[in-house]
Ligand binder design. Sequence first.
Ligand code: GLU
Length: 429
Amino acid sequence: MSRIDEISLEEQPLEWDTHLFRTAVAQYEEALTHADVDAGAAERMRYPETAVMVSVPVRRDDGTWTVFPGYRVLHSSVLGPTKGGIRYDPHVSLGECAALAMWMTWKCALLRLPYGGAKGGVRCDPREMSRDELQRLTRRYTIELLPVIGPEKDIPAPDMATNEQTMAWMMDTYSMQIGHAVPEVVTGKPISIGGSVFRSEATGAGVVMVVDRACHRLGWDLAEQRCVVQGFGNVGGVAARELAGRGAKLLAVSDISGGVYAPAGLDYDHLRKWVDDHGTLAEYPDVEHVSNSELLELPCDILVLAALEEQLTAENTPRVQCRLVVEGANGPTTIEADEILAERGIPVLPDVLTNAGGVTVSYFEWVQDLGRLFWDREEIRARLADKLSDAFDRVWNLAEQQRLSMRSAALVGAIREVAAALDARGIYP
Ligand code: GLU
């Protein structure tokens, strides 16, 4: 008998059991100890409801074929259709999607959106692919997901390396199968086909709305804070713009090419123009160039993590020199880093609250699509600010009352919302 035959079923890890999924579950278990929810509901929420794996064949521009692994994980549909982004990245795996899907459930529940969480993606390197190849990849992946997606079932959105164009191709592919335009099947679309104004800026703008609220509660003046922003994409770039717009000092920012640092402060408009013209910050003039790890350890007041997951770890967190950590990305702080930050008294504005602006305006987009009636930018901005402040206040108050970290308080609030719905609905049959 080979070793494989000897492994008992109990010993076999679940297919999504990866480091990031364990992080999501460890945060969940910690929050459960404070949430006081039914044990049956707690057990149900530990697992994704559905996990789909597909292989996506793509004809390359040179005529050869490549087959990419693709995934979509739906964590919970108790509160409504599942919602979450699609990412194209070499690190995409079933476990990563499962972790991110669970976080989407908490994010939607905390914001009181009528959605559960999902996440999907294709393991590929989008920077190595042409626009035509990405289009063929997106259309074939959409077809493979037909059994799970739909405006009442599961609604994709952009995530890492996907954008409005990706959503337009998904919407078109789905609509061609149904026989008429179905804009409400995805969010984050171009405005010309039912997208919402302000959606593309919503995640980054929402991050700073939450920071603003936190500064108010902490008794800090945001205009006096020195900020470091990791990431200059759709989240970090907009967050940097909003911070600068509120008078805060941008000490350093980074992108995939590394970081730029100026003790006297960076000029956001100049940075933006440079990146639009040159593609990256690599050759940005008259500043100190720092590595990604140096950037995270710069002395500052507010450190915004808006790039990748697992950036603050047990290794580098003892050297971090900020007064507030802001999670613009999903899962940028490991469990060990969270503990070190707590011991050092550095508060963390957690991802499920802080970057929820994106999915909140996605919800507004879906509502507008279903109602065939569109709102203006000011209305959306005001509704987003209301939603985020309401969620922030609930998290802050629960953290104070129960002496919890803001992450635990956010998760406790979210878990209770889902558990109440599970309790009311029961399990089938
Ligand atoms: N991908 C984004 C997130 O992680 C947005 C999801 C959505 O708009 O549905 O929150």
